[in-house]
Design a protein around this ligand. Structure first.
Ligand code: LLP
Length: 456
C-alpha cells in the first residue's frame, strides 16, 4: 500500500523507462546500465563528470521537425519559433536552424547566442517586457524579423531606435487576453493582473495598434498572445484565439489588416507517467481548427500563424545525471521511513522542484537492481532544506554512494535557470547521438567563477 499523497509503487511494462517520459534513444544496455544516444551513462559520467546534462540530439531534432510539419500542415499554416529561454547554446541554435524553425529570443544574451550561431536574423523574433535601448538597437541592427511590443512606452522606444538606425521595425502587439492556462486547467477572466502585454479588455491593445500606425519607423505586422505553460489540451488556446480574433475583426472594421497571429508557446510535456499531454500533431490540429473556425466566424482571412514552443521541444530531450553521495533513512512514523538520497547537484541545476513544486521521474541509471523499492527523496548538496530534486521517488533499497541517478525531462528550464548557489560550478551540457558526444556547454570551473572577482 502506498501512503496517501505519495506516488504509487512502480508497476507494469514501462515502470522503469516510460517512453513518454524519457528521450527516444534511452534504453538499458546488456548489463542494465542506461544508454542514451548510444552512449553508456557510466562512460559519460567518467568522461564529463557529474552532475551532467545530457541532450539527446535525435530526440530534439525529431520533436522540432514534428512541430514544424504538424503546425505547417493545417489550413492555417504556421511558422514555429523555438523558445530559446527553455535552453539555448550555439549548437542548439544550429539544430533549430537546420530543422527549419525560427527562434524566439527574449534578451540581449539570447540574441547574442543566436547571432554567434549565425542564425538567420530574419527568422528571429524578439520578446521581453523591458527591452533596453541597447537590446532593441542590437536586434534592429542584426535585422530580426519581428519585435513583440509589450507596453505603450515601448512603442516610442522601438520607433525612436528604428528611426535613428534608418530602418522600419516589423512589430507585433502582445495582447493579454485574460486567459491563464496550466496543464488541464485554464482560467478565463476579464482582468489581467500580470506584467506582460497590453490588455484586450481595457482597450490598450487596440490603442497600441493605432499608435504604431502613426509611426513611420514601425510596421504593424500582427498580434501575439501567450497564455501560459505546461498546457495539456487546446481549450485555453480556444478562448485566447477567439478573443484575439475578435480584436482582429474590430481592427479590420477600421481597415487595419492582421498579417500575423502568434499564439505563443506553452505546450506541455510528460514529466511523469501520470502526465498525459496531447501529442504534437493532435494539439496542432485542434488549434488549427479553432483558428480557422474563429476567423470564419469573424469573416476574416486566415493570417500567417506563429507558435513558440520551448519546453515541448527540448524538455524531453534532456536528462540529468547525478552521482549519489549519501543515503540516509529517516523514520517518519513507526511504519514509514523516508530515505534522503543526496546527489552532487541540486537546486542550482534544477530550481523547478523548489520553485514550482515540479514533479520529476528518477531512476537508478548505472545498473539495474532487483531490490525492493524504497521511498526516497532525492535532495541536492546545497545548504538549504528546500533543496529538493525529486520530492517522492521509489528507488531500489540497495541504492548506495557512487550509484548514478538519471532524472528525466530536464532539457527545459533547468540549465537555463541554473545558478552558482554555494559557488557550485554549473554543469556541462553534452549532446549524444549514435554513440558520439559533443560539448554543448562545457562545465563551469571554480576558476571561471573566481575570474569575476578582482580580489581573487
Ligand atoms: N513564448 C513566450 C512569449 C513565452 O513567454 C514563453 C515562456 C514561451 C514562448 C515558451 O513557453 P514553453 O513552450 O517553453 O512553455 N520557467 C518556467 C517556464 C516559464 C515560461 C515563460 N515563458 C518553467 O520552468 O516551467
Amino acid at each position: 500500500m502506498t501512503p496517501a499523497g505519495l506516488p504509487p509503487l512502480p508497476a507494469g511494462e514501462f515502470a522503469d523507462l516510460d517512453p513518454a517520459v524519457w528521450p527516444r534513444t534511452v534504453l538499458r544496455g546488456p548489463d542494465g546500465a542506461m544508454v542514451i544516444g548510444g552512449c553508456d551513462v557510466r562512460d559519460l559520467a567518467r568522461d564529463f563528470g557529474t552532475p551532467l546534462f545530457l541532450l539527446d540530439e535525435a530526440d530534439f531534432r525529431t520533436r522540432a521537425a514534428a512541430f514544424r510539419t504538424s503546425y505547417a500542415g493545417g489550413d492555417a499554416p504556421a511558422t514555429v519559433y523555438y523558445a530559446a529561454k527553455a535552453f539555448l547554446a550555439t549548437r542548439v541554435a544550429r539544430w533549430v536552424e537546420e530543422e527549419g524553425l525560427g527562434l524566439d529570443v527574449a534578451s540581449g544574451g539570447e540574441l547574442a547566442v543566436a547571432l554567434a550561431a549565425e542564425f538567420p536574423p530574419e527568422r528571429l523574433i524578439l520578446h521581453g517586457n523591458n527591452k533596453s535601448l541597447d537590446e532593441i538597437a542590437r536586434a534592429l541592427r542584426a535585422g530580426v524579423g519581428l519585435i513583440v511590443i509589450d507596453s505603450l512606452v515601448e512603442i516610442d522606444r522601438v520607433a525612436e531606435v528604428a528611426q535613428r538606425l534608418g530602418v522600419v521595425a516589423e512589430v507585433l502587439v502582445r495582447v493579454t487576453v485574460g486567459v491563464e492556462a496550466h496543464t488541464h486547467e485554464f482560467i478565463a477572466t476579464a482582468h489581467e493582473d500580470q506584467k506582460f502585454g497590453l490588455s484586450l479588455s481595457n482597450g490598450e491593445a487596440a490603442a497600441a495598434v493605432l499608435q504604431i500606425l502613426e509611426r513611420p519607423s514601425l510596421h504593424f505586422a500582427g498580434l501575439h498572445s501567450h497564455i501560459g505553460s505546461q498546457i495539456f489540451d487546446a481549450s485555453g488556446f480556444e478562448i485566447a484565439a477567439s478573443r484575439i480574433v475578435e480584436l482582429a475583426a474590430e481592427l479590420a472594421e477600421r481597415g487595419i489588416a492582421i498579417e500575423w497571429l502568434d499564439l505563443g508557446g506553452g505546450m506541455g510535456i510528460a514529466y511523469t507517467s501520470y502526465d498525459d499531454p496531447l501529442d504534437v500533431a493532435d494539439m496542432a490540429m485542434a488549434i488549427d481548427r479553432i483558428v480557422v473556425k474563429s476567423c470564419e466566424r469573424a469573416g476574416l482571412p486566415i493570417p500567417r500563424m506563429a507558435f513558440e514552443p520551448g519546453r515541448a521541444i527540448v524538455g524531453p530531450a534532456g536528462v540529468t545525471l547525478y552521482e549519489v553521495g549519501t543515503v540516509k533513512p529517516v523514520q517518519l512514523d513507526h511504519d514509514l521511513v523516508r530515505t534522503f538520497v543526496s546527489v552532487d547537484g541540486g537546486m542550482s541545476d534544477n530550481i523547478r522542484t523548489a520553485l514550482y513544486d515540479a514533479d520529476y521521474t528518477v531512476v537508478l541509471a548505472s545498473r539495474e537492481s532487483a531490490a525492493e523499492p524504497m521511498l526516497c527523496r532525492v535532495v541536492g548538496k546545497h545548504c538549504e532544506s528546500g533543496d529538493v530534486v525529486v520530492r517522492d521517488a521509489w528507488l531500489p533499497a540497495d541504492l548506495a554512494p557512487g550509484d548514478l541517478l538519471a532524472v528525466a525531462g530536464t532539457g527545459a528550464y533547468c540549465r537555463s535557470m541554473a545558478s552558482q548557489y554555494n559557488y557550485l560550478p554549473r554543469p556541462a551540457v553534452i549532446s549524444v547521438r549514435d554513440g558520439m558526444t559533443d560539448t554543448v556547454l562545457r562545465r563551469e570551473t571554480e576558476a571561471d567563477m573566481l575570474s569575476l572577482d578582482p580580489g581573487a
